[in-house]
Design a protein around this ligand. Structure first.
Ligand code: SF4
Length: 374
């Protein structure tokens, strides 16, 4: 199919159709981020984007005509997907999207509110015209950019069809925002978040556990909780810091200037964050990088049960915590209760023994291993 696709989307948008509105990130300086490094930011023209949407619409029509041939009801079934896989694999993405209901669209790349509001509104309206089944359209944006938009402009985007905005807060601690070259202050984050909410848009704020390392973890947790409690976004989505060769922060790690926290330290930090967090939105751990994936729930209703999951982990004997971390990272466990499966527990214990016998430090191994998931 002849349309552009960007490199990433949030996990919550896995079932969405991706429409690339801008390319890369206009800021591109954050020390912990590798996604768009070395790539130049540009805005795509409305015509280009509309051409992509029309190409997607033609693709959807083709999928629907295959579905009608296979089943007179025209339903997109697994059989239809299989047929497309074998006969026109370039339609698979659109076929899967339709199979999952064809309801959600995610606008790529990193900062789409850099588009003039009237042009972005034109695109949003066009998407809904071409795909009347669409119920939700979301986008990433930098809070700095959102903060430059008036509430009236943001409300106009909502009116045109924008549903939710995903924003990387990362931390609410100003010295850490500065150190990580995020290019924004906590106060600006609050202002932008409140504006987005006032415009009636749903707001997802992302936080990176471990971002403060060993020297700033406490301030990171406390100040982030403070900022998020003031914004009270609809969703707070947790991520965990991970390193790979193309992340600029790694140089500071090698120099010994930044010390990465291990899994236990990150869970202690998560607890401090959650204890100090107040609001009505949902805390979500929807990323494989998070050790405790089941720490999820409504802040007003489920805080106690979320803290209990954290306490359960922290009260495990050291050997079991180490076993869980290794098993979770290697995909053998998902939840702590999976350790009750004796076969899996022994499988992980064997791997732990191997690490110890070969002189490998488990923390270092896991820190390196986390890099495979970004
Ligand atoms: S603003 Fe977002 S996409 Fe851009 S460099 Fe920072 S983290 Fe990466």
């Amino acid at each position: 199919m002849n349309f552009e696709q960007g490199p990433i989307r949030p996990p919550s948008e896995a079932d969405s159709l991706f429409v690339r509105v801008t390319r890369n990130c206009p800021w591109n300086k954050c020390l912990f981020c590798h996604v768009y490094k070395g790539k130049k930011f540009s805005r795509r023209s409305v015509e280009e984007i509309k051409d992509d949407i029309l190409a997607m619409e033609r693709g959807a029509s083709r999928v629907e005509s295959y579905a009608l041939k296979i089943d007179s009801s025209g339903r997109i079934t697994r059989e239809v997907l299989e047929y497309i896989y074998h006969h026109e694999p370039n339609l698979l993405q659109i076929a899967f999207w339709l199979y999952r209901g064809g309801k959600n669209v995610f606008l790529q790349d990193g900062d789409n509110l850099t588009m003039p509001a009237d042009k972005l509104a034109e695109i949003l309206i066009f998407i809904r015209e071409q795909f009347p089944t669409v119920e939700r359209i979301t986008t990433y944006t930098r809070a700095k950019t959102a903060g430059r938009r008036s509430v009236a402009e943001l409300a106009m985007l909502k009116e045109a069809g924008l549903t939710r905005v995903h924003v990387g807060l990362e931390t609410g601690y100003n010295p850490l925002l500065d150190y990580m070259r995020k290019g924004i202050t906590a106060e600006e984050h609050i202002e932008a978040g409140l504006k987005i909410k006032e415009a009636g848009l749903s707001l997802s704020e992302y936080v990176i556990l471990g971002l403060g390392g060993r020297s700033m973890w406490k301030e990171h947790a406390l100040e982030t909780a403070k900022v998020l409690s003031k914004i009270d976004p609809n969703f707070i989505r947790l991520r965990t810091l991970a390193m790979r060769e193309d992340i600029p922060l790694l140089e500071k790690v090698h120099l010994g200037e930044f010390q990465l926290s291990n899994d236990d330290e990150i869970v202690v930090e998560e607890k401090l964050l959650l204890e100090n967090l107040h609001g009505t939105g949902y805390l979500v751990s929807d990323h494989i990088l998070n050790l405790l994936e089941d720490v999820e729930g409504n802040l007003a209703r489920d805080k106690t049960s979320m803290l209990k999951i954290i306490d359960n982990y922290l009260s495990l004997p050291a050997e079991e915590r180490a076993n869980f971390c290794l098993g979770r990272r290697l995909g053998i466990y998902r939840y702590m209760r999976d350790m009750e499966d004796a076969e899996r527990y022994e499988q992980v214990s064997k791997l732990r023994r191997h690490l110890i016998e070969t002189g490998q430090d488990q923390d270092e191994f896991l820190i390196q291993y986390r890099g495979n998931f970004i």
